[in-house]
Design a binder for this molecule. Structure first.
Ligand code: GRF
Length: 190
């Protein structure tokens, strides 16, 4: 039986991407076929190559036009797209090509602290400034608006009064690493 093929889209460090590579390495039914990035300097490229996963770097123009990306997604027989720290809004042609088949992870409890410009330290700064006692992670389907698709999983953690955006980010990253790969696996089974 052929495996379910995943494409991972990432723009930066790629620690979540690497957890996903490892989790599905040698998996009997699911595999990561390739990494897509808009950022030629992203550390995720190094992580992909270490894990023997091919990658594709694209420009804004290519992303908007879509021809090159869709050809490669077809060539690699990609069944679902996993966003792992990917910063650009997903264009309509990709959502149409993969209806309810694109997943994202957000480092806070949506619907709060989401939307354009709410990524990385900006999210954690906003959570701390607003005095929240809890934050967490949200895994959701992707629709044409930033962070607005159907939520499929959330997990909470404490915000400590002494937290800085960095300490909170590190707690959130641990939660993400622990849950994202298994949630992807479960979602693909449904
Ligand atoms: C994660 O916190 C994720 O929630 C957000 O971007 C961050 C990516 O981190 N979408 P990394 O590149 O996986 O380390």
């Amino acid at each position: 039986m052929s495996k379910i093929n995943l494409a991972v889209f990432a723009s930066g460090n790629g620690s979540n991407a690497e957890e996903i590579f490892r989790y599905f390495d040698l998996h009997s039914a699911i595999q990561v076929k390739g990494v897509f990035t808009n950022n030629p300097n992203a550390f995720v490229l190094e992580r992909a190559s270490r894990n023997n996963i091919p990658s594709f770097i694209f420009t804004k123009e290519e992303f908007i036009a879509g021809t090159k990306l869709t050809k490669l997604l077809e060539k690699w027989n990609i069944d679902a797209i996993i966003l792992a720290g990917f910063l650009w809004l997903i264009p309509g042609y990709l959502i149409n090509l993969y209806p309810n088949r694109i997943l994202n992870i957000h480092p806070a409890l949506l619907p709060q602290f989401g939307g354009k410009g709410m990524y990385g330290k900006y999210v954690h700064q906003a959570v701390i400034r607003s005095g929240q006692k809890e934050s967490g992670i949200t895994i959701h389907l992707v629709n044409p608006q930033y962070d607005k698709g159907q939520i499929i999983f959330q997990k909470r953690c404490k915000v400590d009064p002494a937290d800085t955006p960095e300490t909170l980010a590190s707690r959130i990253h641990k939660l993400e690493h622990r849950h994202y790969p298994a949630v992807i696996e479960q979602w693909l089974k449904e």
